[in-house]
Write a protein that binds this ligand. Structure first.
Ligand code: FAD
Length: 351
């Protein structure tokens, strides 16, 4: 049996950063993840995509951000159970929970932080008939390795951030990028929409809207897609790859049966306080939770992880006054204010 203070379900960026915040408060964490590697969506779906909205990083590749988070939490020596899915929990007594995985591993903990993101990753697929015939034969639902598309013709479909960001990125890699969306308006960030417009004006991206891809053609692999533009006869576009980026279907799995309040596949939390669920001692942080104004962004997950840890600290140390000190504050255990000393001081925040 594995025993810990906080059991974190999900090793995405939110779960990883929670280990750091818990460590500052001298709480031990263990992380379970269904995937064989840490990093959540960043490692599984877009390891090579640059991310522009992490404070302090003008740009950082998703994979690099995961590596940095792992480096940052190393000092707190979290335990990892990878490749196992948390399926059930029981409240053993006033102090302890037990969580069991699909492989029978039993985890004992004083608080549970569900950082399960989108749960299992199920891409929304095009609905026309022969889709399955072309999967991994030119039909790709994720861009894991952009170099794969170097000097190839690529058709991307979708209107959200993924479709926009990858169109922009691949316009410097692929020989031809066509972006097809069923509306004239896009759902993604304004900045990304403007970048796509600029690249269209420079002739680096072909933009076809409002239009829909209605079929794939090719002998054993994608050779062309059929596009139906509003009010016109469908026509074919020759391409080496078709990448439909229609988003992911969230699947909570067994956690959906834990008696938690669920709204639209997300766990309802108390955002005014500490991201606790309707079950005392069980928190939900990151993409998996919902509350008024929720944004599914990495930096929001970091914030939620921080407040969750403060709440668990108060739970585990009733009556003990928590004094917030900054990790770089001068005077912590002889810290002289230099960056080098600050790094040492990080692990000495609370005594
Ligand atoms: C293509 C794309 C581009 C994006 N770009 C950006 C961007 O530029 N900036 C930004 O801020 N956000 C971006 N996002 C969103 C960002 O990836 C998410 O907000 C972030 O990953 C959420 O982190 P998380 O840790 O909450 O969840 P996730 O990263 O989804 O990790 C959750 C983990 O929990 C595991 N898990 C789930 N259920 C269980 C269970 N029962 N047992 C064990 N493990 C479980 C999963 O396997 C997964 O590894 C992007 C998303 C996509 C898809």
């Amino acid at each position: 049996m594995i025993t810990t203070d906080i059991l974190i379900i999900g090793a995405g960026p939110t779960g990883l950063f929670a280990v750091f915040e818990a460590g500052l408060l001298k709480m031990k964490c263990h992380i379970i993840d269904a995937l064989p590697q840490p990093g959540g969506q960043l490692a599984e779906l877009y390891p090579k995509k640059p991310i522009f909205d992490i404070p302090g990083y003008p740009s950082v590749n998703a994979g690099e951000l995961v590596d940095n988070l792992m480096e940052q939490i190393k000092q707190f020596q979290p335990g990892f159970t990878l490749g196992e899915t948390a399926i059930s929990y029981t409240k053993v007594d006033d102090e302890w929970f037990e969580v069991v995985t699909n492989k029978g591993t039993v985890h004992r903990c004083k608080a549970i932080a569900i950082a399960g993101g989108l749960g299992t990753f199920e891409p929304r697929k095009p609905t026309f008939e022969n889709v399955a015939d072309y999967e991994e034969k030119g039909l790709e639902y994720f861009v894991k390795e952009p170099e794969h598309f170097r000097n190839k013709r690529v058709v991307i479909a979708g209107g959200g951030d993924s479709a926009l960001d990858w169109s922009v990125f691949l316009s410097n890699v692929a020989s031809e990028v066509t972006l097809i969306h069923r509306r004239n308006e896009f759902r993604g960030a304004l900045d990304s929409v403007e970048k796509v417009q600029d690249l269209k004006n420079q002739g680096k991206i072909k933009l076809i809207t409002p239009a829909e891809v209605t079929g794939i053609k090719g002998d054993g692999k994608v050779e062309a897609i059929t596009v139906a533009v509003d009010g016109q006869d469908p026509y074919d576009i020759e391409t080496d790859y078709f990448i439909p980026l229609f988003g992911l279907t969230p699947k909570l799995g067994e956690i959906g049966n834990w008696g938690l309040n669920i709204e639209k596949n997300a766990i309802v939390v108390n955002n005014a306080l500490d991201y606790q669920t309707n079950i005392d001692g069980i928190y939900a942080i990151g993409d998996i939770n919902t509350y008024p104004g929720k944004l599914k962004l990495i930096l929001c997950g970091f914030h939620e992880a921080t407040l969750m840890c403060q709440s668990v600290y108060n739970r585990l140390n009733p009556g003990k006054k928590f004094v917030l000190k900054y990790t770089t504050v001068s005077g912590v255990d002889g810290f002289d204010g230099s960056r080098k000393e600050a790094e040492k001081a990080v692990v000495k925040k609370i005594d």
